[in-house]
Design a protein. Sequence first.
Length: 256
Amino acid sequence: MILELKNITKSFGEVQAINETSFCIQKGEIFGLIGPNGAGKTTLFNIITGNYKPTSGEVFFQDQKISHLKPYEIVHLGIARTFQNIRLFSSMNVLENVMIGFNKQMRYSILEAFFHLGRFGKVEKEFNLKAYNILEELGIADLANEKATSLSYGQQRKVEIARAMATNPKLLLLDEPAAGMNSSESDELAELILKLREKYKISILLIEHDMKFVNQLCDKVLVLDYGKTIFEGKLSDAVEHKEVIAAYLGDFDASS
């Protein structure tokens, strides 16, 4: 087990965004978090990554309690994420955006960085190559020197995934990675994510509305509705589950 959430509740004033949600992810698993808009999916991401503190309940990563830690401490333990709204540095090119992900691994002093002395040149060269290799794996190495925010939506998504991979994660959280992509682009991305899992032996938790994409990737899904778990298991079973159908389509009468 790499991640475990125990009875997580999150309230914002009188609004309860998450209601006693529990689940766990096994090492190497791709786990899907699905549900209608406003179900609490991104709130759970923010709790796992330390951006929100749970009102009650606990989060464990590799058997270590992390729900009290700061976001940067959680990143250092091996959890990385992308965002629903892409967050790239507009003043930097693609390669520089990915290099940001290596920050905690680059060992040189402030003075060495300021004056470009000592270890600086060797370390920068080493991590430039690593960043380029990640971009190559995602099929966008030819865009390394392009301004990141000038790329297409799908390409920017890949840059954000590349930056997350640069942190050397054990668990990768992807928030709607296929959003804005057409069918062929999302198929390509699904294949790339499977390759990343295989090569880097990572676990993946993703939020996604594209059920074809989820079906291509996920070993298991958890369905939220108004912050409450209504289903956990295989997607093929979820789509036949009455509560799941009602959450997406509204109350219905199967006999009508």
